[in-house]
Design a protein around this ligand. Sequence first.
Ligand code: FES
Ligand code: FES
Length: 157
Amino acid sequence: MKKTINFKVNGIPVIQEVNTKQTLLKVLREALGITSPKYGCGKGECGACTVLMDGKSVRSCIILAVEADGSAITTVEGFQKNGLTDVQKAFMKHNAFQCGFCAPGFIVSTEEFLKENPTPNEEEIREALAGNLCRCTGYQNIVNAINEIAENRGGGK
Ligand code: FES
Ligand code: FES
């Protein structure tokens, strides 16, 4: 069954006909060409597909596109108003990714987390990002990057 949804993606109004069984991730990647959210586990467990829906992180692999009707979706592309963001630059500086597959999910989760908690300690950073899995880095470089972002934004402990 098909349905037409109206939503905003990275600030741009989108009207899109979708199959009612299609996930938001599939529509973002395949219909709209937004490829930062990745298909990892497809079960809501790895965080590679994380996007913001009305400012809250969701796993786009387990959200149906029809559930996004009327919402505002933000992906990594939506944060890049003037080139790379401070989060992206800090991830690069600290080698916070290797293969990079997990990075978009971490970056979206980091943006959400630092908005809610601009002065996190290491334990809080680790706890907040526990739902994002990385097979390559061992996490310490990611924590270091987020600490520096918080400090540069006037937070950090
Ligand atoms: S691909 Fe969505 S959580 Fe793993
Ligand atoms: S950098 Fe490879 S999974 Fe995180």
